[in-house]
Design a binder for this molecule. Structure first.
Ligand code: ATP
Length: 375
């Protein structure tokens, strides 16, 4: 962690000019800078108490420009990541074996990556750059930096990691989180009901809501963003991504649906809430969005989505598309062929990128719908 912070301080401190129209050479995967960090310090690096290591910055100009596009101030960025006790390790939330760290101010997440994931990110970087430039409200994960640390010594492994935005950076407690892919096989949490809490990542078959967005939000969500983002991911041959959704319930609510009572905001509350200038600046697609959630009940076990019950509650939603660094390689083709002997081939996670994106959107547009009631 200390090496990582020393490296970031060095990388971000080395300011350069930010030009939006980057030359293609800036995206060259060979465009990486190695820096030695001897404990005694060097001409370019400070002395430190950690072990001797080397630090690599991938495509530094591109990430510097991305940070600018994402409106990240370099001094704030450094403060978030490099202050004392700035990082805390999360108990591994994914099954891929990656380590996750969160900054203390909740803004950034650091995820360790496999070499194959680094390769995919570097390959898609020019298209990613163009996409986030074209669509300010993209829901695709925001990447701020890609780095590698290697301890000195013959048999030391490289640790590669990416710095990304935490979707759940908010003043509101996230009461429920769902990781939605649109596939059904194995898409339930393995936790017993009594152990499910606000930190449990629930999955497609655990979803017991339809999120109803106001008309403009829904249009923005569907045609301007999810469609565009999926088009981009499909074009880059990416699959296995998820829509990560965080739900904050306004007021006490029975989120498992055992009790009928679900509170609603009064008209005054809602108007007051919407006109609060402090909130406005933080509202955007996928962040801090006041909406309604309708409770659903799954009548049949295989139902992709439950039946609406007519019971609503007011929620604040946070969401974005995560885990976008898996392409449809030979391993996935074999997994698909193998699993499709055993299961319905449309229910399994490993399908080709076109099918994946279609199934993802079909599901997401069932889980998120336009709120037709003007209340
Ligand atoms: P898996 O193999 O299970 O898909 P993984 O190790 O590849 O997992 P991700 O799917 O990227 O990891 O993330 C695992 C979990 O970490 C997510 O379900 C979510 O709870 C959390 N997470 C990942 N990225 C973010 C993010 N940008 N903001 C907030 N939470 C995140």
């Amino acid at each position: 962690m200390l090496n990582l912070q020393l490296g970031i301080r060095h990388a971000v401190g080395r300011q350069g000019q930010v030009i939006l129209d980057l030359k293609s050479s800036a995206f060259d995967p060979k465009e990486k800078v190695w820096t030695k960090f001897p404990p005694e310090g060097s001409k370019y690096t400070p002395p430190h108490n950690s072990s001797d290591f080397r630090w690599k910055d991938y495509c530094p100009k591109v990430f510097r420009t991305l940070r600018k596009l994402f409106k990240v101030d370099p001094a704030d960025y450094m403060l978030s990541l490099c202050g004392d006790e700035a990082l805390r390790e999360l108990s591994s939330p994914g099954k891929s074996g990656s380590f996750f760290y969160l900054t203390n101010d909740d803004r950034y997440m650091i995820k360790t990556m496999k070499k194959s994931e680094v390769k995919i990110l570097l390959k898609m970087l020019p298209a990613y750059y163009n996409h986030v430039r074209a669509f300010e409200d993209t829901l695709v994960t925001k990447f701020f930096g890609l780095h590698c640390v290697k301890l000195a010594g013959a048999n030391q492994k490289k640790v590669r990691f990416v710095i990304m935005g935490n979707l759940f950076c908010s003043d509101h407690t996230i009461h429920r989180r769902f990781d939605l892919k649109g596939s059904s096989l194995g898409r339930t949490t393995d936790k017993p009901l009594a152990e499910i809490d606000e930190y449990t990542t629930l999955k497609d078959l655990d979803l017991n809501f339809i999120f109803r967005l106001q008309k403009q939000w829904f249009q923005e969500f569907q045609s301007r963003q999810v469609d565009k983002d999926c088009e981009f991911l499909e074009h880059e041959k990416i699959m296995d991504y998820s829509l990560l959704v965080g739900v904050h319930f306004r007021g006490a609510v029975d989120i498992d649906g055992d009790e009928p009572a679900t509170p609603r905001l009064s008209r005054w509350d809602r108007d007051h809430f919407l006109s609060d200038p402090n909130r406005w600046s933080k509202i955007k697609l996928g962040a801090n969005m006041l909406s309604r959630a309708e409770l659903t009940i799954r009548k049949n076990e295989g139902d992709v989505i439950g039946q609406p019950t007519g019971q609503y509650c007011d929620v604040i939603l946070y969401f974005g598309i995560i885990d976008i660094l898996q392409d449809y390689d030979i391993g996935k083709k074999i997994e698909h062929a193998y699993k499709s002997f055993q299961y319905d081939s449309t229910s399994i996670s490993a399908v080709d990128p076109r099918q994946y994106s279609k199934r993802f959107k079909d599901f997401i547009y069932k889980a998120f719908q336009e709120d037709r009631v003007d209340s």
